[in-house]
Design a protein around this ligand. Structure first.
Ligand code: ATP
Length: 545
């Protein structure tokens, strides 16, 4: 976990700040963290209360970093999958989909480099017994210095007003220069330690920077150790003869191993892509941020096979295309930023993350990686099978390069969730929870609500259910007051509620209520489908891509 903080500890610190030796701006910082933490706690509670996400095996006190999706969660998740799959596979003639197995031949993971290199450097604090990723402790320290720069920028902008020029300020201000120097020097050392797997160097850096544990507040650290993230399992009934397998830590390798099958059967010419949605498993060292970092999760990955030396072009193409896909949802442009990698994975010659501003700060949502010819070359080497492409124009064969886009479905779910869940003050002084999900992602598109639980109104409502059930996901609810039922639908993000009243029996019209504006309008039943689908239809969004 990056930037993790312990909930109980923060509550204690807030209650007794002086006891913890905190004064002035530090109290302010902790209150800010506290606020973020509270916001996040509300998200987690909401997800459980309204049937979106449950802790796995909860009646046995749960399983760490494993979660189940409830009745509303599974709809939201499927809608996100749909949005991705349609944008990728239906949107591009040259992209096709597959669904490969989770179990793969164990040599796959030797060839991909996962057996030797899929490690995270871990470190424990002896006092709190808390485990951290060593590189993330240093990254968090860097983020703190970065936020000092941002504070200087804010102050200067306030002081200078409209004349303020960010670039000039950053390049001329002495204090900023000092911070930037520190960042460059620490980043350089971090990169070099990670590249050389220099675990002693990482520990020295943590000590020199006086990084302390957020729980115990001490710097009583153990040595740094490498930890492989793959889960092992056995294939076969007999313990002796059973062979070792891994649960796949990424879906990408299933695509690489099928490159030849797909290219031939789908008769694709380069450039072309293979897309896949599926489960991946990682034995994460630290997993404390709800569904952000799970041990079992889903990925939506697309590998684009290209001619070598064209990777720069495709890297910027896919960066732009993927950001556009995110922005089209309308969650707010400020939620996203790119983060270019300095520490490249063993297979990549360029990589960037699309980061999202979660309640715990900007974190990776999607990775775009230029994977070179690493994967196919290695699978060719380990399998002894020729994995190349014959270019019909140049009459030459080559090993394709790969441009990958890889997004965590659960992280996307969390991004949509945290940015859409709002607490709104109403003009009468009351508050309502409103889940302002993009309408096409909402689990329920339409709620059908008889004004009162009367036989005729219920009958009319049931008739509407029959009319719409194959076109729109819906709920029918006749219990409680209409106000309570509206609130329930607001809280799960239903874009439209329809109220059936006694006039409906005479004029075949109903009242339609808009989730976001709470405006109500009388509408004839025959116009309902057109009005609702025009707002909740995913295709109109896809057409803007
Ligand atoms: P991180 O640096 O956060 O550990 P990563 O760089 O290892 O992520 P990738 O290997 O690039 O992640 O995986 C692609 C995507 O899969 C990520 O962008 C993320 O959305 C998702 N992902 C990776 N690990 C997890 C996890 N443990 N839980 C949920 N989603 C994950």
């Amino acid at each position: 976990m990056k930037n993790g903080f312990n909930m109980v500890n923060l509550i204690e610190i807030q209650r007794f700040p002086v006891f913890f030796g905190l004064k002035g701006k530090y109290i302010h910082l902790f209150l800010h963290l506290m606020n973020q933490e509270n916001q996040f706690k509300k998200v987690i509670a909401h997800a459980k209360e309204y049937g979106f996400v449950f802790l796995s095996s909860e009646i046995y006190d749960g399983l760490s970093a494993v979660y189940d999706y409830g009745p509303n969660g599974v709809h939201l998740k499927n809608n996100i999958k749909d949005y991705w799959w349609k944008a990728m596979v239906q949107g591009y003639d040259q992209i096709v989909g597959i669904d490969s197995a989770i179990f793969m031949h164990p040599t796959t993971w030797k060839a991909s480099g996962h057996v030797d290199s899929f490690n995270d450097p871990m470190i424990d604090n002896r006092d709190s017994k808390k485990r951290y990723r060593a590189d993330e402790l240093i990254e968090n320290h860097l983020n703190k210095i970065r936020s000092k720069i941002e504070k200087e920028v804010l102050k200067a902008r306030k002081r200078i007003g409209e004349q303020f020029d960010r670039d000039t300020f950053l390049s001329t201000n002495q204090r900023v220069g000092g911070h930037q120097k520190k960042i460059d020097s620490i980043s350089h050392r971090l990169t070099s330690c990670l590249k050389r797997s220099d675990l002693v160097g990482l520990k020295n850096l943590i000590e020199e920077l006086a990084i302390t544990c957020q729980v115990s507040g001490t710097n009583n650290w153990t040595d740094v150790k490498q930890f492989n993230l793959m889960f092992e399992t056995k294939l076969g009934a007999d313990k002796q003869s059973a062979s070792d397998l891994y649960l796949r830590p990424e879906t990408a390798q299933g695509i690489f191993l099928n490159y030849l099958n797909v290219q031939k059967s789908a008769r694709k010419k380069i450039p072309f892509g293979i897309a896949q949605i599926g489960k991946a498993f990682r034995n994460e060292i630290v997993a404390r941020q709800f569904i952000f970092r799970m041990r079992e999760f889903e990925q939506m990955e697309m590998q684009y096979f290209i001619e070598p030396k064209t990777q720069k072009h495709w890297f910027s193409y896919w960066k732009e295309a993927r950001l556009k896909w995110h922005l089209a949802l309308g969650l707010g442009d400020d939620y996203y930023r790119f983060h270019e990698h300095e520490n490249l994975a063993h297979y990549a010659d360029a990589a960037t993350d699309i980061e999202f501003n979660y309640p715990f700060g900007f974190k990776e949502l999607e990775g775009i990686h230029s994977r070179t010819g690493f994967d196919l070359t290695n699978h060719q080497k380990y399998s002894g099978k020729k994995i190349t492409y014959f270019d019909p124009h140049t009459k030459q064969s080559y090993t394709p390069y790969v441009l990958e886009t890889s997004i965590g479905l659960d992280r996307m779910f969390l991004a949509v969730y945290t940015s859409s869940l709002k607490e709104q003050k109403l003009s009468d002084g009351s508050t309502r929870i409103v889940f302002e999900l993009p309408p096409c992602l909402a689990p329920v598109k339409l709620a059908i609500l008889p004004l009162v639980n009367n036989e005729e109104l219920v009958h009319f409502g049931n008739h509407l259910v029959e009319k719409f059930k194959w076109d729109l996901s819906h709920v029918f609810d006749a219990k409680d007051t209409i106000g309570k039922r509206y609130r329930r639908q607001d809280a799960i993000g239903t874009p439209f509620c329809i109220t059936v009243d006694f006039d409906s029996l005479k004029d075949n019209s109903v009242t339609i209520r808009n989730r976001d504006t709470m405006d109500q309008e009388r509408i004839h039943v025959e116009h309902l489908k057109q009005v609702i689908t025009s707002k909740v239809d995913m295709n109109s969004l896809l057409k803007t891509l």
